[in-house]
Design a binder for this molecule. Structure first.
Ligand code: FAD
Length: 396
């Protein structure tokens, strides 16, 4: 008799686990509490689905400790980006590589990834039951269960955190889930005046006064704080530090594109007749230049000569070291992923629960999160493939 495997959650990790388990000869059922599977997949990469990234995965993931990171990288060695590209090509999704190593479907449509996974499930005879909410694992039948219920990020897609309760019911502990790849809220009334500004900038995160991370890229200013890829990349560190009641600040360098060489010698000599606001406005976004002038109560007609070389240099220095206090991360509604979850130490190398041996735990439900760029879906594919394959064939 074929082994019966029930997958709870029809997201990225659950669908791939179902495919692999069915390929291994199991009779597979997917239980999904939304009215359709893969809702989050459709949202990924702004609807284009950044499937994975071939620029290497070391240093791109976070977890609670070094042992967990080792387990993560060990799994990615067993099923990594190239395997993902091949897996999808084999089910009819042809891909292309972008500059940063990000892999997308050639069609640039996330729907083609979901369609291919659904079609593969159908061909393999995987039974998909939607509108099936699992609130208690005792009521679920199957020789093996694969818990693929996701985290808490973007709950409207179905990942409402119920997976944590199911894992807890099995005796697992949970590292507090927090939003990651998310905007950060900051102190300062001035944000309203600069909302909408997009600027190429350097941005460093300071936790309790110590530099914890540094990124460069397109910073977006909103009416409540900071956003954009460079902010997303370290948002999980900030969210966790704030959760631990630590002080978080961001230091923005708006001047990454104007070097000392560009500034040349004394500014007063060349630009003395220009207003300070106009000079700064030639180096950074006009709204940022005005903000600096307002902060220093400069009259809009004040010239570089009026202000003097020393003061103008001080304003430029402020543009290089613009500090803001981070007060909170935006909520799970806005987050792309979730940090925290079931500790990697509580599952085997094949993601089999060490608390309940008939259960496998995969995807974002585990205590692993990656930076932007295809790494989170890769984690879902990796864990889904390894667990699905094993669940069909483990011998005890
Ligand atoms: C806007 C957005 C854009 C993103 N873009 C990218 C990107 O381009 N590249 C990338 O790598 N990552 C991206 N991510 C992250 C990526 O989508 C997730 O990391 C990944 O989908 C996690 O897969 P998962 O299977 O663990 O969970 P999910 O995809 O969240 O799937 C979990 C499934 O389980 C179901 N479920 C939950 N609880 C129950 C229950 N009790 N009973 C039954 N069913 C249940 C849910 O409805 C859901 O379908 C993005 C995320 C968001 C929100």
């Amino acid at each position: 008799m074929a082994r019966r495997i029930t997958v709870i959650g029809g997201g990225a990790s659950g669908l791939v686990a179902a495919v692999m388990a069915a390929r291994g000869g199991a009779e597979v059922t997917v239980l999904e509490h939304k009215d359709r599977v893969g809702k989050k997949i459709l949202m990924t990469g702004n609807g284009r689905c950044n499937l994975t990234n071939v620029s290497g995965f070391y240093g791109k993931y976070f977890s609670s400790d070094e042992m967990s990171l080792k387990k993560i990288y060990n799994a990615l060695e067993r099923f990594g980006a190239d395997d993902t590209v091949k897996f999808f090509r084999d089910i009819g999704v042809f891909t292309k590589e972008k500059r940063d190593g990000g892999i997308y479907p050639v069609s640039e449509q996330a729907s083609c990834v979901l369609d291919a996974l659904r079609s593969e499930c159908a061909q393999l005879g995987v039974k998909i039951i939607t509108n099936a909410d699992v609130s208690n694992l005792r009521s679920v039948r199957g020789d093996r269960l694969i818990l693929a219920a996701g985290g808490k990020a973007a709950p409207s897609t179905g990942s409402d955190g119920s997976g944590y309760a199911l894992a807890k019911g099995l005796g697992h502990s949970i590292v507090t889930p927090l939003p990651a790849l998310v905007q950060l809220r900051c102190e300062g009334d001035f944000f309203k005046s600069v909302a909408g500004v997009r600027a190429q900038a350097g941005i460093a995160l300071y936790i309790d006064g110590k530099k914890a991370a540094c990124e460069e890229g397109e910073l977006q200013l909103t009416d409540y704080g900071i956003s954009g890829i460079p902010v997303f990349q370290f948002s999980r560190l900030a969210a966790r530090a704030l959760h631990e009641k630590k002080k978080c600040e961001a230091e923005i360098n708006f001047m990454t594109q104007v070097s000392e060489k560009d500034l040349g010698g004394p500014l007063e000599e060349r630009y003395g007749g220009k207003t300070v606001e106009a000079l700064l406005g030639g180096m950074v976004h006009k709204k940022i230049a005005s903000l600096i002038c307002r902060r220093h109560k400069l009259d809009s007609r004040q010239t570089v000569s009026d202000a003097g070389e020393k003061r103008v240099r001080k304003y430029i220095d402020e543009l290089k070291h613009f500090r803001v206090k981070i007060t909170s991360a935006n909520s799970f509604d806005n987050a792309q992923v979730c940090s925290g979850g079931v500790p990697l130490g509580e599952v085997s190398d094949c993601f089999r629960s060490l608390k309940a041996p008939n259960v496998y735990i995969v995807g974002e439900l585990l205590d692993c999160d990656g930076i932007c760029g295809g790494y989170n879906l890769q984690w879902a594919w990796t864990t889904g493939v390894i667990a699905g394959r094993n669940a069909a064939n483990d011998n005890d």
